[in-house]
Ligand binder design. Sequence first.
Ligand SMILES: Nc1ncnc2c1ncn2[C@@H]1O[C@H](COP(=O)(O)OP(=O)(O)O)[C@@H](O)[C@H]1O
Ligand SMILES: [Mg+2]
Length: 173
Amino acid sequence: MFSRHGQVEKTEVSLAASLDTVVQFAREALPDTVTFDVAIESSLAKATAVVNPTELMQVFTNLILNATQAMDDTGEIKIAASHVDLTENTASGFGLRAGSFAQIDVIDNGSGIPETDMSRIFDPYFTTKRIGEGTGLGLSIAYGIARDWGGTITAANEADGARFSVFIPSSLQ
Ligand SMILES: Nc1ncnc2c1ncn2[C@@H]1O[C@H](COP(=O)(O)OP(=O)(O)O)[C@@H](O)[C@H]1O
Ligand SMILES: [Mg+2]
């Protein structure tokens, strides 16, 4: 999987359209007790990114599945997307190059992430789930894909759950 990175075929996609597809898929696949609140800032309407569409789906379905599991299948997942220009300073804090990014947040109102786990959740095979419920590979794969794009994924706790922010290098048409 990781060794394939750099060789997967990438193409220019509309991020707003891709997010629509992701949410439509998730709504169909998940129980009705999981609801979605999607807020795509108008600045993102014309944003495109050069990615492999299958990998883009994989990143967001992994995050949405984790959110669903953290909420025990009941709650609201908020997806908030905006366009951000990261300056040298902010970008280097994330290990990124300065530039134009889409920031797409997946926010849940589930269990949140214990502070002691925060530094390990992106490690391969780190899981707090029972055998059969998790492999511990979802976040490490998603992170590897995002880094391959020149982006990243960050995690933080909210007052009520967790927030994962996906940064994707993006340009405005
Ligand atoms: N939305 C979330 N809320 C709380 N904890 C999370 C969330 N997403 C991931 N985690 C934590 O990170 C761990 C690793 O996630 P992941 O790599 O997807 O593996 P898995 O889901 O198979 O356990 C999870 O086991 C869980 O402890
Ligand atoms: Mg997972």
